[in-house]
Design a protein around this ligand. Structure first.
Ligand code: NAP
Length: 283
């Protein structure tokens, strides 16, 4: 599995596993846990979850799925809701996530999206969780370049390890200024909705002739090409969600697909990179 190096010295797989909506349907929870285990066995050892997902049900499924594994080989990411991202609630939120996940630390704790609590208070609380060992590192989500610059002004804001935003072949807004900013500051980028799960855009992408031709040239699916495209730069981690073993196997295999310069140019013509700042797409 292709890896991404983080500035804390750790390496993580370029394709990890998302979990939004996992745990929502009690009838398929065992199948979902099985799919997550299949992913871990294929090297997708980074799992992204959040206290928000199913009000903790996703974290419970993840906790169940990771039980048989050596915790040290996994990279578990969870997120704190904006209303809990301050002095009053953050520690409790984190401890409850840990309990549901059946672990005593998170590798990465993300501030899910910005809310009313001052950013400086959130960063202080994240730093304290790190100091007491409940989390290894912290990052942010749904932040644009202006948010990142504001974060960098704070005393400990420079310790942000990763940013998680929506990014897929049909939504390239973050490429304009955020990606260069992150590269310059050695901050990893996590791409959520890498398969464009929602929106009218999705059908346009799935039926795109260029994408379909490239997929067939690689004997792959359109979704696999989308993942190979997302991770092409070396600093981006894609976190597709799958509740089926077959999808998970395909997602893991996508890390081995290398797109040629010519294919990347064809895709650029079909799905042009932005030539100006665009507001973040938010799921
Ligand atoms: P996504 O990963 O882009 O798409 C998931 C959909 O794609 C599911 O319907 C899944 O179906 C299907 N799928 C997965 N692999 C496939 C394959 N190989 N072939 C065909 N279909 C496939 O969307 P997402 O779940 O919204 O985003 C990914 C993760 O990002 C989330 O799960 C979550 O962890 C994170 N996220 C974060 C935020 C945030 O605000 N930070 C927001 C949204 C999402 P099956 O389930 O049937 O396999």
């Amino acid at each position: 599995m292709k890896q991404v190096e983080l500035k804390n010295g750790m390496t993580v797989p370029a394709i990890g596993q998302g979990t939004w909506r996992i745990g929502d349907d009690a009838a398929i929870r065992e199948r979902e846990a099985e799919a997550l285990r299949t992913g871990i066995d294929c090297g997708m050892t980074l799992i992204d979850t959040a206290e928000m997902y199913g009000y903790g049900k996703s974290e419970l499924v993840v906790g169940d799925a990771i039980k048989p594994y050596d915790r040290g080989k996994l990279f578990i990411v969870s997120k704190v809701l904006p209303q809990n991202a301050g002095r009053k609630n953050m520690r409790r939120s984190c401890e409850e996530s840990l309990k549901r996940l059946g672990t005593d630390y998170l590798d990465l704790y993300l501030y899910h999206w910005r809310g009313p609590i001052p950013l400086s208070e959130t960063v202080d609380c994240l730093r304290e969780l790190k100091e007491c060992g409940l989390i290894r590192d912290w990052g942010v989500s749904n932040f644009d370049t202006a948010d990142m610059r504001e974060l960098a002004q704070l005393k400990h804001g420079g310790n942000c390890l990763a940013v998680q935003d929506l990014y897929h072949i049909g939504s390239r807004g973050t490429e304009f200024s955020l990606h260069p900013y992150l590269r310059k500051n050695n901050i990893a980028f996590m791409a959520y909705c890498p398969l464009a799960i929602n929106g009218t855009l999705r059908s346009g992408i799935m039926n795109n002739t260029v994408l379909r031709n490239i997929a067939s040239a690689h004997n792959a699916s359109v979704q696999q090409i989308m993942l190979a495209w997302v991770i092409r730069g070396g600093n981006t981690i894609a976190i597709p969600k799958s509740s089926s073993k077959q999808h998970t196997l395909e997602n893991a295999a996508a890390a081995d697909i290398l797109l040629s310069d010519e294919e990347l140019e064809q895709l650029d013509r079909e799905f042009p990179a932005p030539d100006r700042e665009i507001p973040l797409d938010i799921e």
